[in-house]
Design a protein around this ligand. Structure first.
Ligand code: SF4
Length: 243
């Protein structure tokens, strides 16, 4: 069983840069498993490959079946640009078919996004994380005042881990603002999803994401028909539990 202590990791590395946090995480775990959404969290792929050997960096993406065509093209572009494997995970076919048969293709507009996200995102994620000691996410505090304001650079993942199989989340971008992410993307010529040039800030599935206007918070572009404060898709469900 791992002896990783997230509180100690936070004390020792909270003021470190994302690159230093990733290096420390690699030293602690001997590998880095990255969740890549096809958006600006590409920064993590770029940084991880600078601090760890390629065969120790495992990148996965969740294909919900409802992503923008640009996002599929971008995932492929990243695979080719960095010469890496991307483990693209798909939802359970029978569960998707049952949902669509019963409620149609757009049930989330009526019933809320949790059921669809549960099938298309949370299920495949749970399967991907099973048995792992850690995963790296692109969460930032400034992404959602409602659910991410108390985010730490390292946390025990109580949503997907268990007492018997502890899982830790490393969030190297916790203290970075959107501007700092984009400074890195421009400075190091990191490829980015072209949807960002069309006003999309927080990227997700096509039917559930829209561009935001200047001055609007990025989370207003996601699930805009729902309550503003509780916008998590279940990947970071513990954020809601601690609100
Ligand atoms: S973001 Fe929308 S389409 Fe995607 S899984 Fe969630 S509810 Fe379904």
């Amino acid at each position: 069983m791992t002896t990783f202590d997230p509180n100690r990791f936070v004390l020792e590395h909270d003021q470190a840069t994302p690159k230093e946090i990733l290096r420390a995480a690699y030293q602690a775990f001997g590998e880095l498993t990255l969740s890549f959404s096809g958006a600006e969290d590409v920064v993590l792929v770029d940084l991880a490959l600078k601090v760890a050997p390629k065969d120790a960096v495992h990148v996965f993406a969740l294909d919900t079946g409802r992503l923008h065509p640009e996002t599929y093209a971008f995932i492929e572009r990243i695979r080719e640009h960095y010469h890496i494997e991307i483990d693209v995970r798909f939802p359970d076919r029978e569960a998707v078919e049952a949902l669509v048969r019963k409620k149609g293709l757009f049930s989330f507009y009526r019933d809320g996004h949790q059921e669809c996200c549960g099938i298309r995102k949370v299920g495949p994620l749970r399967e991907r994380l099973a048995g792992l000691p850690m995963w790296v996410t692109g969460q930032r505090r400034d992404q959602s005042p409602g659910t991410r304001s108390s985010l730490q650079i390292a946390e025990r993942d109580t949503a997907f881990g268990s007492e018997a199989s502890p899982l830790f989340k490393i969030n190297p971008l916790t203290h970075w603002s959107s501007e700092e992410v984009w400074t890195h993307i421009r400075m190091f010529d990191v490829p980015y999803n072209p949807l960002h040039e069309r006003g999309f800030v927080s990227l997700g599935c096509e039917p559930c994401t829209r561009p935001t206007l200047p001055g609007q918070h990025e989370r207003e572009g996601r699930w805009w028909w729902e309550d503003q404060a509780g916008k998590e898709c279940g990947l970071h469900a513990a954020n809601l539990a601690t609100r």
